[in-house]
Design a binder for this molecule. Structure first.
Ligand code: PGA
Length: 227
């Protein structure tokens, strides 16, 4: 698989702002989209119009969700289940981001249930982990499910701070992930920009970018910078 490059909008942008971002990003040359696997994670409410805008452009990149319900469809007020998303083409689900743990008290058990829900419905889980709960989280997911996940090493100290993780630390974490999960894909997220993206892609299978990618030109520039 080509290196995975994901933009996570978090809770930023209205539907109109998301569409403006997509329209700008659609100027990216097709050759770059053929060389990398690019995905964009806007808010839930923007997904449908974003999907249409991407489809109409004919550009080859996908959509990701930033979260998913741990439950199937049913009486779970406020939760977005995989069934709610059935008619929107979604390739990835970012699951267990540290902000979900911190602000919404999500546990490793919740994350394992979300992984199950995603996989049952053909959405590929990108499971975020940090150093302190790496083993706990991965061991909570069944071996079979884990083999289908992508793991994102997202040290909380590096998220939105400009103080990105040391490459040696990233390599160490990848080894620990592979010890439990085998040869699965591991990506990195935390203050990635056009200056450091190449370093991370040397040792990982991809990157997850938020702050720097909120401007579509920046995200495009980061992808153009990849050598
Ligand atoms: P950042 O966020 O790029 O703003 O550091 C990364 C993330 O939370 O995935």
């Amino acid at each position: 698989m080509n290196k995975l490059i994901i933009s996570n909008f978090k809770s930023n942008k209205s539907i109109a702002e998301t569409l403006a971002w997509i329209n700008k990003f659609n100027q990216i040359p097709d050759s770059l989209l053929a060389s990398y696997e690019v995905s964009v994670a806007p808010s839930f409410v923007s997904l449908e119009s974003a999907a249409k805008a991407i489809e109409n452009s004919g550009k080859k990149y996908s959509l990701a969700v930033q979260d998913i319900s741990p439950f199937p469809s049913g009486s779970y007020t406020g939760a977005i289940s995989v069934q709610n998303l059935l008619n929107i083409k979604i390739r990835y689900a970012i699951i267990g981001h540290s902000e979900r743990r911190k602000y919404f008290h999500e546990t490793s058990q919740d994350v394992a249930m979300k992984v199950e829900q995603s996989l049952l419905n053909g959405i590929l889980p990108i499971v975020c982990i940090d150093d302190s709960y790496l083993e706990e989280q991965l061991n909570m997911i069944s071996k079979e499910n884990l083999s289908k996940c992508i793991i994102a090493f997202e040290p909380a100290s590096a998220i939105g701070t400009g103080s990105n993780a040391d490459l040696g630390v990233v390599k160490g974490v990848i080894q620990r992930v592979r010890k439990i999960a085998g040869d699965i894909k591991v990506i990195y997220g935390g203050s990635v920009d056009d200056q450091n993206i190449n370093e991370y892609l040397l040792v990982t299978d991809g990157v997850l970018i938020s702050s720097f990618s909120l401007d579509a030109s920046n995200f495009m520039r980061a992808i153009k910078t990849i050598s």
